[in-house]
Ligand binder design. Structure first.
Ligand code: XLS
Ligand code: NI
Ligand code: NI
Length: 443
């Protein structure tokens, strides 16, 4: 194996909040047991191959600013292997347990479908060898069905059935590879599954195609005995102006429509939530309420910009709320916290990628610890329990259980001369309670 751009860095260690070193974890103490298991098992952090190994700093106004050895000209497979060597060294440095990839991130694009698939399997073999040596596991695999011009009008929703077939063949092989590498999940983000203008779009037709595609994916999952979760990643816009998987609620309606709500869960991304006009915790709480929380893509947007800037997270309040609702939803199970985040284009040093992940992991860990403590102490939950206490007693229980008709409820309301009085929502009291916990020195 060749020397890589990450080889010279020591593995980042936990040293606690009093350490004054930059490349150490202050809060991510992987083995610390909280709520019955180690932090690493709750958070299941993952590094995104596309942002940390592939992204080269290009933006709509300028070319690459990040130049790595595997981005030079040369034999595509040799370069892909060089990239994989660097990837696993980065994972070793960060000491985070998982990674995620798109087919195109790790395998070179070929001249035709068959060559694409050949490259994918060649590189999957190489990744498997790496995984024998390093301890990093695969959180999820996915297919890039949005970059190549053939996908400009969508993948499964394309008006051309040949693009559907190309996408189906690609996803089948990506699922095979995800299974081969022991992945815990397979993700479908609807890259260009949406439309630019309704003027040229048959929405009913496209939704039928997307439903068929997802049904085929679920069928294949069972056929090959893949025991990971199938996840849809909602996003409201970008690249198309109307993406079909707008948010959790929209995805749930789609899953219901095709009878897949018991088979498919959601992978929720912070920046996608805010693009949809929601908060990250809103999306997590919605998925929790509907029983479809699968995994998280951790990042943040820029409140002043209207697109998916995919920055590393830095807001403790927002992340604590996200973690609180994640725990309340029953945790992540087979999912994890994938850093779907990239360094800024001026941050071209390999070291910048390490700083970014250290900060992200520490922020999430601190947020998780605070959320767990809030739950443990119970003061916050007590306010909510008290707020809904009326539903636990008397006829309210029968109402929820569906035992009383509308007429019966009316009859009882009149008989009991009910006269409900407004009660305080206690918002400021709750905000103070949370602020004290979030900004407390003791965690
Ligand atoms: C893009 C998405 C993408 C998915 C994987 O906005 O976040 O990175 O996570 O295809
Ligand atoms: Ni994402
Ligand atoms: Ni995104």
């Amino acid at each position: 194996m060749s020397e890589t751009v990450f080889s010279n860095f020591d593995t980042v260690k936990f040293e606690g909040p009093t350490s004054d070193k930059a490349l150490v974890y202050q809060y991510y103490d992987a083995d610390r047991v909280v709520l019955g298991k180690p932090l690493k098992e709750h958070l299941r952090f993952s590094v995104a191959y596309w942002h940390s190994l592939v992204m080269n700093g290009t933006d709509p106004f300028g070319g690459p600013t990040i130049d790595r050895p595997w981005m030079k000209a040369g034999d595509p497979i040799a370069l892909a292997k060089l990239k994989a060597d660097a990837a696993f060294e980065l994972f070793r440095v960060l000491d985070l347990p998982f990674y995620c990839f798109h087919d195109m991130d790790m395998a070179p694009t070929g001249e035709c479908l068959a060559e694409n698939l050949r490259n994918l399997h060649t590189m999957a073999e190489y990744m498997a060898e790496k995984m024998q040596i390093y301890s990093t596991q695969l959180l999820w695999g996915t297919a890039n069905l949005f970059s190549h011009p053939r996908f400009m009008a969508g993948a499964s929703t394309n008006p051309d059935p040949e693009v559907f077939a190309w996408s189906a063949a690609t996803v089948k092989n990506c699922m095979d590879v995800t299974k081969q590498l022991g992945g815990s999940n397979y993700v479908l983000w609807g890259g260009r599954e949406g439309y630019e203008t309704l003027l040229n779009t048959n929405m009913h037709q496209e939704l039928e195609q997307m439903g068929r595609f997802l049904s085929l994916v679920v069928e294949y999952k069972h056929k090959i005995g893949f025991d990971g979760q199938i996840l849809i990643e909602p996003k409201p816009k970008e690249p198309t102006s109307h993406q079909y998987d707008f948010d959790t609620a929209t995805v749930y309606a789609f899953l219901k429509r095709f009878g897949l709500e018991g088979e498919v869960r959601v992978n929720l991304e912070a920046n996608h939530a805010t693009l949809a006009g929601h908060s990250f915790e809103h999306e997590i709480a919605t998925a929790g309420a509907l029983g479809i929380l699968g995994s998280l893509d951790i990042n943040r947007g820029d409140a002043l910009l209207g697109w998916d800037t995919d920055q590393f997270p830095n807001d403790l309040w927002t992340m604590t709320m996200a973690m609180y609702h994640m725990i309340k939803a029953g945790g992540l199970g087979k999912g994890g916290c994938n850093f779907d985040a990239k360094v800024r284009r001026q941050s071209f040093d390999p070291e910048d990628v390490i700083h970014a992940h250290v900060g992200g992991a520490d922020l999430c860990a601190r947020a998780f610890l605070t959320a767990a403590k809030l739950i443990d102490e119970g003061k916050y939950d007590a306010i909510l329990i008290e707020r809904y206490a009326g539903w636990k007693t008397g006829s309210a229980v029968d109402v929820l259980a569906g035992k009383l008709s509308l007429e019966k409820i009316e009859e009882m309301a009149l008989e009991n001369k009910i006269n409900p009085q407004p009660k305080s929502g206690k918002q400021e009291q709750i905000e103070n309670l949370l602020a004290r916990a979030i900004y407390s020195e003791k965690i």
